[in-house]
Write a protein that binds this ligand. Sequence first.
Ligand code: FES
Length: 626
Amino acid sequence: MSRVRFEPSGITVESNSDGEHLSDILERAGISLEKVCGGRGKCGRCRIVVRDGSVPVTDKDKELIPQEDLAQGMRLACVIRVHSDMVLEIPKESERNEQVILEDAYVQTKLSPVVSNFILKVPAPSLHYQVGDLERLRTVSSQRLRVEIRMPLGTLRKLPNLLSASEQIRLVSRGGEILDVTSANGNEMFGVAVDIGTTTVVVYLMDLVGGECVAVESKMNPQITHGDDVISRITFAMRNPDGTTILQTQISQCIDELIGECCASAGVDKEKVYEIVAVGNTAMHHLFFGLDTSHLGRSPFVPVVADAVEVKSHELGINIGEEAYVYTLPNVAGFVGADHIGVLLACRLWESDETRMAIDIGTNGEISVGNTSGVASTSCAAGPALEGANIRFGMRAATGAIDHLSIADDFEVSYTTISKGKPRGLCGSAVVDAISELFRVGVIDPNGRIRKGLVSPRIRIANGESQFVIAIEQETATGEAVTITQKDVSEVQCAKAAMYAGATILMEDRGVTQDDLDLILLAGAFGNYISPKSAIGLGIFPEVPLSKVKQIGNAAGSGAKIALLNQKARDEATKLAREIRFVELAARPEFQERFFQALYIPHQNQSLFPEVMSKVVESNKVDRPA
Ligand code: FES
């Protein structure tokens, strides 16, 4: 067996077999690397440096690592198989960082949860009234409830002790199913709203009696070790016989732990949590239930199930109230999932006289336009660039990420970083700021090209590519300048063009013009951290006055809370999901032309400039056709 020592931690781990994947050894060592592509050798983020030992250069290394770094021993960790002892250094920038997670999810809804509780007086048995506990209870409950009660075995087992202690007991009911029986004194009843994001998971513990949120906990989605985006997860699930089970177990454990943390911080007994409402994109939804995701990754992108699903929580390995349920909002299509229905539930597009657009920008951006005459939705395969991936110095919204910046006319840069850390890279909002600002000050032209002939120490050429320096070497945590490269600009152009083209096609479908838009609602983490001014400047969405743009927090989480607190909202969501007009951009012939037009910065309708962009489009293609 071979020994692998990792520096600077000094952790040493033995391989289990000759040729074992380094990724598995890293996992045993407890070292998490950035793996944007899920270990498929595509993103170049999992770089390590071979300090001792022999690790040959592969074709993927040559493709993704500059020649001079290869000469220094830099390699991609995900392609290495271990055949002999080695010492590997983990560069700081390759380490996975905890992301700042958006937890704000505001709700205003009537409190009328699907779970309710009430006290019943059950007459005691006697020699003259030899009727079973359940049957006596049924007799009195039928006068109170309109439906015949059903009592699962777990609840039935608790009944005799309670009834022998008191004639008065409290029943926790869900549509006639008695989830729990307790003494009449306690009135505790809790539920959990869960937003299963591809990157982060947020859990809200809600008091179903008072309607308040009593605790919030969040963490990174543990599935991220198998790739940052949904396509990577789907690929992992398809390629590994146990892939779906592994991903299902990871997300269930994560939710179970987060609920445990919420209960501990709020002093709530986990057994008193009777309902979970979860939202997520269609892939996250399917993986939560352990459903096959392979069809989501190929045309015609059909989900296994679009309707709302409800199962007992213990079927998913979540240990709350013994008979508790997990309920998920419906999906609309393969790439418009329950999370977007959650967003729509929170902003109620369908009952507004105003014409509103709700946007959740991400690797797959979901957009809806609607008013009282109907709602149309689409999904844009924007790729991960707007979230900082596929960007030379892109990173998550973690400590040291530049999150906002501005560029003066003399090209001096002012920026802020998350947690005031020394700059390590740029998160998505800063990437958008940077390109919008570079265009505004004239460093890049409307085609996205960094102009030639500009003289400034901030404009450099490295590896034959023009770059603009955002943070110089002396300012950064790594000693390496943080830059925006020509390729980065092109990546962002493709992403924003996909979003913009999708938005305009959707608007046309509804017969809506830019001037008709009364409000643009930005949901989700990116939508909340992004500068609306920069987003409009770059042309990510239609140009409206800034006063018409509103950032609405974690609206998917709000939707989950609403469906938890108000059962009528579930019917509304089901009706909405069935009535939404879904516009599949892959089936719209005009998309390609719109996309090319929208590549311009800003997005005026100019003549096409295919020579640069056709290359970029090719290299930027996501697995799902746009
Ligand atoms: S290249 Fe190794 S994880 Fe992406």
